[in-house]
Design a protein around this ligand. Structure first.
Ligand SMILES: Nc1ncnc2c1ncn2[C@@H]1O[C@H](COP(=O)(O)O)[C@@H](OP(=O)(O)O)[C@H]1O
Ligand SMILES: [Mg+2]
Length: 259
């Protein structure tokens, strides 16, 4: 039985539509995970099913907009478009293929005339969708010392030295979206990454984090820019505002070599 997304809420604005799209793709992915596939086959089936559904729903509900998807061909007409949806149909593909891991996500962001304007990150395995439609409230940190979320499979080497400097502990997990949402959810206080990533890996997480009042930038403190010709966006910081200055200062002094 294939999941049928139905229709979005009536007169859905871009924020509501982003949340609805991410949620729909997430439900589809939960279904794919029950089909008995494993390893590479499960990864490919998930990437494909979520991408196809998002492309179909965007064509139906926002037919005039351009789309940049990790799983699609990069149509450079997006560079002249006023509105571009930047989507990662399945972020944390590796973790998706390792049930019962729950650290994988669906990313849907909208870029419009120069910056991100709306977006959503669904974490289907925990039944949560975070979005700019209803920006999450970030409660005061519950941690005695800062927690830094890092990639579980490719943690950048410099983050260990940064953690030492801040007296922080590292919290490894999969998916860029899950790591950014871990800051929102008070599971961590910062996500610091370098060494490689693409616009779709962090666009939706960043627009949601910004709406939640978190600090977001490149590791050198410069702004994150989207819908660029080259979609590589290899490093970023998302953190509680009070940690930003020390993290940026550390990177400016020591760089990110070894990442
Ligand atoms: N060094 C690197 N180069 C390219 N992509 C990277 C990367 N490190 C992380 N990523 C991408 O960022 C996402 C989160 O990775 P991680 O869980 O290791 O933090 C993954 O997206 P996908 O799962 O969509 O491929 C992964 O491919
Ligand atoms: Mg990704």
């Amino acid at each position: 039985m294939t999941f049928e997304p139905g229709a979005p809420p009536e007169n859905a604005d871009d924020h509501v539509l982003a949340a609805w799209l991410a949620d729909a793709a997430g439900r589809r992915l939960l279904e794919v995970r029950e089909e008995g596939l494993t390893g590479r086959e499960l990864k490919d089936a998930g990437d494909r099913a979520a991408h196809d559904l998002l492309m179909q729903l965007l064509a139906e509900h926002r037919p005039g907009d351009a789309v940049l998807s990790e799983e699609g061909k990069d149509d450079k007409r997006r560079l002249e478009a006023e509105r571009v949806w930047i989507v990662d149909p399945l972020d944390g593909t590796r973790e998706f293929s390792e049930p019962p891991r729950d650290d994988w996500a669906v990313h849907v962001a909208l870029w419009s005339r120069g910056d991100l304007t709306a977006g959503a990150v669904a974490q289907p395995a925990i039944g949560e969708t975070f979005s700019t439609a209803d920006p999450p409230y970030v409660a005061p940190s519950t941690a005695a010392r800062p927690r830094i979320a890092v990639s579980r499979t490719r943690p950048p080497a410099f983050v260990e030295a940064l953690a030492e400097e801040l007296g922080a502990e590292l919290v490894p997990m999969g998916s860029a979206g899950v790591k950014v949402m871990s800051v929102v959810r008070d599971v961590s206080d910062a996500y610091v990454h370098a060494g490689g990533q693409y616009e779709w890996d962090n666009a939706a997480p960043v627009v949601v984090a910004r709406a939640a009042g978190l600090y977001c930038s490149r590791v050198d403190g410069s702004p994150l820019r989207y819908n660029q010709d080259d979609v590589s966006l290899p490093d970023l910081i998302v953190c509680r505002v009070e940690l930003a200055e020390r993290i940026v200062a550390f990177v400016r002094e020591h760089g990110v070599t070894g990442s």
